[in-house]
Design a protein around this ligand. Structure first.
Ligand SMILES: Nc1ncnc2c1ncn2[C@@H]1O[C@H](COP(=O)(O)OP(=O)(O)O)[C@@H](O)[C@H]1O
Ligand code: SF4
Ligand SMILES: [Mg+2]
Length: 334
């Protein structure tokens, strides 16, 4: 895509400090830290969906929280329309918060149980002064329409709704402030399978109608393939491969991406699959493996992999340049 990105994150790192053990203390070692996000760079363009996929614990939610500034990243930069988001304070920070909204996996946890839905939406509209007071009621009605909830939903409490309806409320609340980007963190994985498609279709419909950009986090490759224009594959706090979704699924370059795809039956017609998850366990993010973080699980690892970390750069494959892949064996850097 040639246009300037809407959101650009560069080299984001987020570590969670852990308690110093007695041994650390005796040896004079600093307190260890868990590297939840370890140097992530990504872009999201207007109107597009970037899918972020990876095993549980690989740092997806922490990344999402950094992007909406629920976590302050330790290092790195976030730019929205070219403006440094991490330097914003006061009104400019609230404006960022309005333009980048999050939809959570469990909308119940993010909705105040004592607030009627109409009041929750009104609160979002007034905190951010989205519309004049006289227009609030009309806007609440329009939001309920937008997410296909009946008008009487405004007078009901969160517990009166089913999981799918609650997620519609969560989406309405995010939309209330007219965001340009929605960061959706596994927005359907807590829902019944029969309801998942409805919510996904709603998000796609809203994206089309409102020109929204979506950063869609999931561990479900089938879903990702259905909705994401581009895909970023995360492993142990890093992006290991990122490219156009269809091409990436057809010819994955990173062994981890290949393993993820092979673990899902029939995701690619004719592809062989093991019918299992990726072999081996996700290593600890407290002491990640040296070299390539995937090397202890990688079926094609070479000695070099245990010492030299591969960089996420475009690779030359059969004479042409492909998307960024952090693997020594994916082809020479372009
Ligand atoms: N607030 C926190 N404090 C300490 N560790 C955390 C916190 N949040 C997440 N983690 C750890 O960071 C890593 C990444 O977690 P998370 O971002 O939730 O991954 P994912 O969403 O991909 O499952 C995990 O090892 C998790 O235990
Ligand atoms: S760099 Fe080496 S260990 Fe890492 S994914 Fe590539 S081949 Fe496997
Ligand atoms: Mg998560």
């Amino acid at each position: 895509m040639l246009s300037a990105p809407l959101l650009e994150a560069t080299d984001l790192c987020k570590r969670f400090p852990l308690r110093r053990s007695a041994l650390d203390w005796a040896l004079g070692r600093p307190a260890p830290a868990l590297r939840a996000v370890d140097g992530v760079s990504l872009t999201v363009h207007r109107g597009e969906t970037l899918g972020v996929v990876g095993e549980s614990g690989c740092g997806k939610s922490t990344l999402a929280r950094c992007l909406v500034r629920l976590h302050e990243p330790d290092t790195g930069a976030i730019r929205l329309d070219g403006q440094d988001a991490l330097a914003l304070t006061g009104a400019a920070w609230r404006a960022y918060n309005r333009r980048v909204q999050m939809v959570f996996q469990d909308p119940y946890g993010s909705l105040n149980p004592r607030l009627r839905i109409g009041d929750a939406l009104t609160e979002a509209l007034t905190v951010h002064r989205v519309v004049e007071r006289a227009a609030v009621l009309g806007r609440v009605r329009a939001l309920l329409d937008l997410v296909h909830l009946p008008q009487d939903a405004a007078g009901r409490y969160p517990h009166e709704f089913s999981g799918g309806q609650r997620q519609r409320v969560g989406i309405a609340r995010a939309l209330a402030v007219e965001p340009a980007l929605i960061v959706a963190d596994e927005p359907v994985s807590a829902l019944d399978v029969s309801v998942q498609a409805q919510i996904v279709n709603l998000l796609l419909e809203l994206q089309e109608r409102l020109g929204l950009a979506l950063l869609f986090i999931t561990h479900d490759l089938r879903l990702l393939r259905h909705i994401a224009h581009r895909t970023a594959v995360m492993y142990l706090g890093r992006i290991v491969e990122t490219g156009p979704t269809e091409a990436l699924f057809a010819t994955p370059r990173h062994p981890y991406t290949r393993a993820l795809i092979e673990a899902v039956p029939q995701i690619v017609p004719g592809a062989r699959h093991r019918g299992a998850t990726v072999q081996g366990e996700l290593p600890s993010a407290i002491r990640p493996p040296a070299g390539c973080p995937f090397h202890p699980r990688c079926p094609i690892a070479e000695p070099l992999c245990a010492t030299v970390p591969p960089t996420l750069v475009p690779r030359r494959v059969e004479g042409s340049l492909t998307w960024p892949t952090a693997c020594h064996l994916a082809g020479p850097p372009g």
